[in-house]
Design a protein around this ligand. Structure first.
Ligand SMILES: [Zn+2]
Length: 261
């Protein structure tokens, strides 16, 4: 009996694998791999990534020649940039349900794609270094993702995602500010500060100067032991007001790992 059911499972798995055909779309800037039955989501993702890349280039960011997105069936649902390959966005999904609008799927997929492009854009200048906290990275991804939602909405409208929903209202810049003021985020002061840090810095130096700011950090040879000093120097170089700098000094441990590892 046991053997019979094992054989049955093996046959079922074989049939599933035969039917799951991996397809690829290649454009000038992207390579998207996906299971054929997720095609409409792969195509929608490609359009969104293209808008984000064009918008980020206007802010001064540069990107690797080809960015890869792999949409693969898995036993978990997660979207992330691969640590060993900063040009590769992995989207592991469990079922087609994961691609639906947030109400059904509980996932903000349009925002998540924009957020991951934030990691690709920052990672192309300053990959995750020991002097940054993970909230430094995630706060950036949060701010950049919300900012890019505005561009996606402007260019693709509500039709950006096959299962239409108002992603701009919930995850655009207004939604970003609103969510950071909510009770939920009050429990995460580090992530909240880091998200608002990027927003407030952009408000002061201009969002088209953020890329230059990050390049300045990189060329300053910033490291674990000098990061606070270097950061303050560069904030001053960009003529950020003293109140912002004082606030930064108070909260620096949310952004920076000042001890050497
Ligand atoms: Zn992230």
């Amino acid at each position: 009996m046991k053997l019979k059911s094992t054989i049955f499972i093996m046959i079922a798995m074989f049939i599933m694998n035969v039917h799951a055909v991996t397809k690829t779309i290649t454009t000038k800037d992207f390579i998207v791999h996906y299971e054929d039955y997720t095609e409409k989501y792969a195509k929608a993702s490609l359009k969104i990534l293209t808008v984000v890349k064009t918008s980020a280039i206007k802010m001064g960011f540069s990107f690797p020649k080809k960015i890869e997105l792999r949409i693969v069936k898995s036993n978990k649902t997660i979207l992330y940039v691969r640590g060993d390959n900063p040009n590769l966005i992995m989207w592991e999904f469990q079922s087609l349900n994961d691609f639906l609008a947030p109400k059904e799927s509980k996932h903000n997929n349009v925002y998540a794609l924009c957020h991951e492009m934030g990691h690709v854009s920052m990672g192309n200048i300053t990959p995750h270094y020991y002097w940054m906290t993970s909230d430094y990275d995630e706060g950036w991804g949060n701010y950049f993702g919300s900012l890019m939602i505005e561009n996606v909405y402007k260019q693709l409208g509500l039709k950006a995602w096959p299962n239409q929903h108002d992603y701009q209202k919930s995850t655009g810049i207004k939604g970003f500010i609103k969510s950071l003021q909510s009770e939920k985020f009050k429990k995460h002061p580090s992530f909240t500060y880091c998200s608002l840090f990027w927003y407030n810095l952009s408000e002061r130096i201009g969002k088209n100067n953020i890329c230059n700011f990050v390049i300045s950090l990189k060329t300053s040879n910033i490291n674990n032991t000098n990061c606070e000093m270097k950061y303050v120097d560069i904030l001053k170089m960009y003529k950020v007001d003293s109140k912002f700098i004082e606030d930064f000094k108070k909260n620096k441990n949310y952004l920076l790992n000042t001890t050497s590892k």
